[in-house]
Design a protein around this ligand. Structure first.
Ligand code: NAD
Ligand code: ZN
Ligand code: ZN
Length: 345
């Protein structure tokens, strides 16, 4: 089968690989029909993720058809159409019992990281019963690919941890796929204002189409003042960090209101200063999280009932044998205006 293989920092190739085989009775083999590329795949290619070794097939998002199941799989059978979760979960360990599936002691974020992933014709899914979801009849499979990772991430790490509420004010720092997915899912809770912040005017224009009540181009270095002006000097109840660099976490600390929450989503590679000298008396909370995908069943229902439409996040489509072009397009989003690139296997 064809597969996109990580060969070490800044090196990848589309290679011919053996079809995966079952390792445990709780495994399933899934024939991939659609997958995509995540910002985290680009982090891996920069050498930022040491758990991902050269030789690994990348990808942790996708939909497909069950090709084989182990004797321990009871929820799925050959031929079922399935959504693949970016998080594999046994459902039994101490962390799974707390719905903290991202920290499953024999799973978590392993797909396309410590085991081979979804950017291939077939993938082995461990703990298949809890790591796959049946695709409801009539669901849009392209839109569903957005439920493997980015929508649960934005909802759980950003909107839920950030306690977005009716009438609340929200700022989302970063208008990439994750920030935009946070904008979409924040609207479940009817906040009065959602202010989107980015350096890229193209992405801010998308954010306005997705329902942002205001957008702030932070390239002038005055984003904090602008957000304070927009909120009558109060700041925001929820500041969602969706970039993963020190400047954006610092901005969240400058714009959070008294009693507010900073909800971090971004993957941080370097240390960030915590300004307790200005925050100690402001009753703020700071949250961090790796996506658990505990919200996936709820998101599936909102998708099928058309309360959520993630399809406009898809900007480009490729075939699996063009995946190197898909990576180029995704990696140069400022020029290509790419958000999510869909890959058909
Ligand atoms: N916590 C989790 O479980 C989890 C899961 C998936 C992804 N992530 C992380 O979420 C983050 C966002 O993901 P994405 O795919 O949307 O990334 P992305 O790189 O596509 O988007 C980031 C956006 O931030 C903007 N930006 C960069 N520097 C900025 C600055 N100084 N001020 C304002 N905007 C700035 C960029 O223009 C871009 O639009 C990444 O760090 C990713 O690794 C976390
Ligand atoms: Zn991802
Ligand atoms: Zn577990």
């Amino acid at each position: 089968m064809k597969a996109l293989v990580y060969l070490g920092p800044y090196r990848k190739a589309l290679e011919e690989r053996a079809k995966p085989v079952m390792v445990a009775p709780t495994d399933a083999i899934v024939k991939i029909t659609r997958t995509t590329i995540c910002g985290t795949d680009l982090h891996i290619l920069k050498g930022d993720v040491p758990t991902c070794a050269p030789g690994r097939i990348l990808g942790h998002e996708g939909v497909g058809i069950v090709d084989a199941v182990g004797t321990g799989v009871t929820a799925f059978k050959v031929g079922d159409a399935v959504l693949i979760s970016c998080i594999s979960a046994c459902g039994k360990c101490i962390n799974c019992r707390r719905q903290m599936y991202s920290h499953c002691t024999t799973g978590g974020w392993i797909l396309g990281n410590s085991i081979d992933g979804t950017q291939a014709e077939f993938v082995r899914i461990p703990h298949a019963d809890l790591s796959l979801y049946a695709i409801p009849a009539g669901a849009d499979e392209e839109a569903l690919v957005m439920l493997s990772d980015i929508l649960p991430t934005a909802l759980e790490c950003g909107v839920l941890n950030g306690k977005v509420q009716p009438g609340g004010t929200v700022a989302i720092v970063g208008s990439g796929p994750i920030g935009l997915a946070a904008l979409l899912t924040a609207q479940f809770y009817s906040p009065a204002e959602v202010i989107m912040i980015d350096l890229d005017a193209g992405r801010l224009a998308v954010a306005r189409r997705f329902g942002a009540t205001a957008t702030v181009d932070s390239s002038d270095g005055h984003a904090a003042e602008t957000v304070l002006k927009l909120t009558g000097g109060l700041g925001v109840d929820t500041a969602i960090e969706a970039v993963g660099v020190p400047a954006t976490f610092e901005l969240c600390q400058q714009i959070v209101a008294v009693g507010g929450t900073i909800a971090n989503i971004g993957v941080h590679g370097v240390k960030v200063d915590l300004h307790l000298e200005s925050l100690w008396d402001r009753n703020v909370s700071i949250t961090t999280r790796l996506v658990d995908t505990a919200s996936t069943p709820m998101l599936l229902k909102t998708l099928c009932s058309h309360k959520l439409d993630p399809k406009p996040l898809i900007t480009h489509r490729f075939k699996l044998d063009q995946i190197l072009d898909a990576y180029e397009t995704f990696a140069h989003a400022a020029e290509t205006h790419a958000l999510k690139v869909l890959i058909e296997a």
